[in-house]
Design a protein. Sequence first.
Length: 404
Amino acid sequence: MPTPAFSDNAIRINDHPVGKQYEISASVNSRGVLLAEWIDTRAGYEQCAFSLSYDNGVTWETNQLYNHPGSATGVDPVVTTDSAGNLYQLCMATGIENGSNLGNAMDIRHSTDDGHTWSEWTTLPNDFNNAPDKPWMIGGKDGTIYLAAANLGNSLFEIDFMKSTDYGKTWGSPKSYSGSVSLMGAFMGTDNNGDLFFSWSSYGGNVQLVKSSDAGATFTEPVIVGAASGAPGLSFLAVDPSGSDVYVVAAPAYGFADVWLSHSTDGGKSWAPPVAISSKGAEPSVVVSKNGQVHLMWSEETNGQKNHVLYATSKNQGLSFSAPIAISESGQLNDAGQNGSYQSLVITDDGQLHPFWDDGREGHPEVFTSLFNPTIQSFSDWTPSLWIPKPSLIGSFELEQRVP
């Protein structure tokens, strides 16, 4: 990989200098409103915090914080938008009392007016045995959202998928994928046809993907994309508007290790061998422009826990990339590589990129974004080699779909 060039036009989103801010989810709706949510410890414990921007990311609204009443912490924040531009937030609460047990709960709310007002928070039904983990959600048609999360309360860990057609107020019964090893890292994407793509990773197993062409009523049989990168692993996906080209990038759920990218040209039915993006990376994110251009972001370790956030782009379906650009200053201390953490790269309808990362230039992680408009001289400066999984990552993994 070529030595990264540096480009920085960074903007801090969190408005409080105390504590840590990390694990960032971001989304942009059809009217260009940006929404970011993250974990925030300014109060001395973990809460979900969020902010909005109405001017293309130049300025950000006063931060708002949330915790489920009576919970110990608020973690695993997720935001999304649907086709009508409605905004959604998810915050997972931990330490919820349920009789004599302590468990987790997922709270969701929505806004139909670009975040100026919000609905009340709705707690999802307890279909996860008090133990959901690493939830993700994505919007569909007006008022429809899809959600997936690991169900760690089952003896065979599961990935459960659920759907709501009334802005998250009520939910259908979950569809569950279970296996002989525990699962995590669910992620979803959609195309212009309304097809839904859903991937997840397993501890020491494989990255799997299924597809639905009927709004989540049924799914294809799981297809193996590649070996999970690390134990456990996280996978993230992006779909081009036509639905033909699908990209999955995988990374370890903790630590800096292998990051790989795989590509399908037939809507996820078959996959090219993964290519190596980094041998000391973490927290990747991938998006696809309307013209099919692939945009990739990840953290790269430079010195111990110090790292910088890199960006590269491809116009030939990931066969070659531009030389990586360092979005953040080199050698910053942040929380990249922490257990289950993530950062976000989003793209507007007109192709404007917005990276979001936790940045340590002030000595502790804070939420930053950038007015990022890179000038790419060449799209063929870097051709990634095939990724060779380490023997410890190759294992057998059997799945069965269980539909209640």
